[in-house]
Design a protein around this ligand. Structure first.
Ligand SMILES: Cc1cc2nc3c(=O)[nH]c(=O)nc-3n(C[C@H](O)[C@H](O)[C@H](O)COP(=O)(O)O)c2cc1C
Length: 395
C-alpha cells in the first residue's frame, strides 16, 4: 500500500476549499452536470431534477451501491442490483486472475449496466511459524473435540491484494467502477487502473483516511461507520478506538473533503438512507441488507443466524482472518477474546479456522464460521435484490 504522509495538512486545506457537492446540496451541481451530459443519465426516469452526484458519476438510476461482499456473493447479486438501477459490485479479493476474467465476462453477459469490481490492498504478511504455532495451540482443544489433525492444517482461503495480473484483466475488460478496501494499491498499479478511466472508490474509516484518499484523487469516498458488517477498511491506524459510528464519522468526513461521500454501515432501509443523505452523503453503500437475497451465496448457517434473534449481537473480531471485521457473535468469538493477540496477521488466521468451520458447518453449526453482518442485520429480508434496491431508493 502507498505511504500515508501529509494526511493532516491536506485535510485542513480541503476543509477551507470551495463549496463541494454532497447530499442534498449536491442536487444543484448535479443538475448542471447532467444538462451537459450527452443523453444518458439526464434521461433517467425523465427526471433531471432528482439527479444526485452519484447518479451522474456512475450513470445509474439510484444512488445505491451494493457493497462488495467476498465469500457471500458472486455475479448474480451484482447483476441483479445493476439491472435494478443501483451499482452492483463484484468482490474480487478471493479470485485469481483466471477466475477474475471468467467472472467479469459472465457479469458482462448478465448486465449491460455499470458495475463495480472490488479489491483488497493489504500488504501481504510475512508468515511467522511462531505465531502460527501459537494460533494452533489456541485452537487445539477444538481440534481434539472434533477428532481433527492439527499438524497438517492446509493453506487457508486465498485473499490476495490487487496486483499486475488483476490489472491486466481489468485493462482487457474495463469495468466502469473499481473500488479498493484497506487503502489504495501502489501508485504504479493505480496509474494502470486510471489509464482506462474507470471511476475509483475506496473506503475510509476516519477523517484522516478520507483526506488521504482525496489527496490521491479518488472519485468518491466510502465512509465506513463502525456499524458496518465485514472487514473494517482501516489502513492508516490499527487502533480500534479510532473507529467511529456512521452518525459521527459521516458528517466529519463530509466537512473535511470535497469528494462525494458514500455512507456505509448500518444502512438497511429507506429511513437509514434518508438519515445518511441528511448527514451529507451523496449515496449509500449497503451490504448486510442484501445477505438474505436469493441471489447471494450466503451459507445456510449464516442465513439461519441472520434470521434468528442472534443477529442483534454483532462484534468486531480478528479471529477469522487476522483483521478486525464485524460478524454475529458465535461460539469461537465467545470462547476466545474478540481481538486476540494470538491470531496471525491477515489473512493467515483463516487457515487454522477453516477445518473447524468445515466440520461444524457439516453439522449445521455456525460456531466457527465468520458470520459477517452489520449492526442492522435485524432489517435483513428474504426478498430479491432488485426489490431491496428499489426499497432503499424509495425515499
Ligand atoms: C458479508 C460481508 C462481506 C464483506 N466483504 C467486503 C469485501 O469483500 N470488500 C469490501 O470492500 N467490503 C466488504 N464488506 C464491507 C462492505 O463494503 C460495507 O462496508 C458494509 O457492508 C456496510 O455496512 P452494512 O453491512 O451495515 O451495510 C463486507 C461486508 C459484509 C457484510
Amino acid at each position: 500500500m502507498e505511504g500515508a504522509a501529509g494526511a493532516d495538512s491536506i485535510c485542513q486545506d480541503s476543509h477551507r476549499a470551495a463549496p463541494k457537492t454532497t447530499g442534498s446540496e449536491g442536487f444543484s451541481r448535479s443538475r448542471e452536470t447532467m444538462r451537459s451530459m450527452p443523453g444518458n443519465c439526464g434521461e433517467i426516469r425523465g427526471s433531471v431534477q432528482r439527479m444526485t452526484p452519484l447518479q451522474s458519476l456512475f450513470e445509474i438510476e439510484h444512488s445505491i451501491v451494493q457493497a462488495p461482499m467476498a465469500g457471500v456473493q458472486g455475479v448474480a447479486l451484482a447483476a441483479a442490483v445493476s439491472n435494478a438501477g443501483g451499482l452492483g459490485s463484484l468482490p474480487c479479493a478471493m479470485l485469481d486472475a483466471d477466475a477474475l476474467r471468467r467472472e467479469l465476462i459472465e457479469l458482462k453477459a448478465l448486465t449491460s449496466k455499470p458495475f463495480n469490481v472490488n479489491f483488497f490492498c493489504h500488504t501481504p504478511p510475512v508468515a511467522s511459524e511462531e505465531r502460527a504455532a501459537g494460533w494452533r495451540k489456541a485452537l487445539a482443544p477444538y481440534y481434539r473435540d472434533f477428532g481433527l489433525e492439527l499438524d497438517d492444517v492446509p493453506a487457508g482461503p486465498k485473499r490476495s491484494p490487487f496486483d499486475h495480473a488483476a490489472a491486466d484483466v481489468l485493462d482487457d475488460l474495463r469495468p466502469a467502477v473499481v473500488s479498493f478496501h484497506f487503502g489504495l494499491p501502489s501508485p504504479q498499479l493505480l496509474a494502470r487502473v486510471r489509464a482506462f478511466r474507470p471511476k475509483i472508490l475506496a473506503s475510509a474509516t476516519t477523517v484522516e483516511e478520507a483526506c488521504w484518499l482525496e489527496a490521491r484523487g479518488v472519485d468518491a469516498i466510502i465512509a465506513q461507520g463502525l456499524e458496518a458488517g465485514g472487514h473494517r477498511g482501516m489502513f492508516l491506524s490499527e487502533d480500534p478506538t479510532t473507529q467511529m459510528g456512521s452518525f459521527a464519522l459521516l458528517p466529519q468526513i463530509v466537512s473535511a473533503v470535497r469528494t462525494p461521500v458514500i455512507a456505509a454501515g448500518g444502512i438497511a432501509d429507506v429511513k437509514t438512507v434518508a438519515a445518511a443523505r441528511a448527514l451529507g452523503a451523496a449515496g449509500v453503500q449497503v451490504g448486510t441488507a442484501y445477505l438474505l437475497c436469493p441471489e447471494a451465496t450466503t451459507s445456510s448457517v449464516h442465513r439461519a443466524a441472520l434470521k434468528s434473534s442472534e443477529c442483534r449481537h454483532t462484534a468486531v473480531t480478528n479471529l477469522f482472518t487476522g483483521r478486525p471485521a464485524r460478524g454475529i457473535v458465535n461460539r469461537l468469538m465467545r470462547d476466545l477474546e474478540y481481538m486476540a493477540q494470538a491470531a496471525p496477521a491477515f489473512p493467515l488466521a483463516a487457515a487454522a479456522i477453516a477445518p473447524l468451520r468445515t466440520h461444524a458447518e457439516a453439522l449445521g453449526s455456525g460456531d466457527f464460521s465468520p458470520l459477517w453482518a452489520g449492526q442492522n442485520a435485524g432489517l435483513c429480508r428474504e426478498i430479491p435484490a432488485a426489490q431491496v434496491t428499489r426499497d432503499l431508493s424509495a425515499g
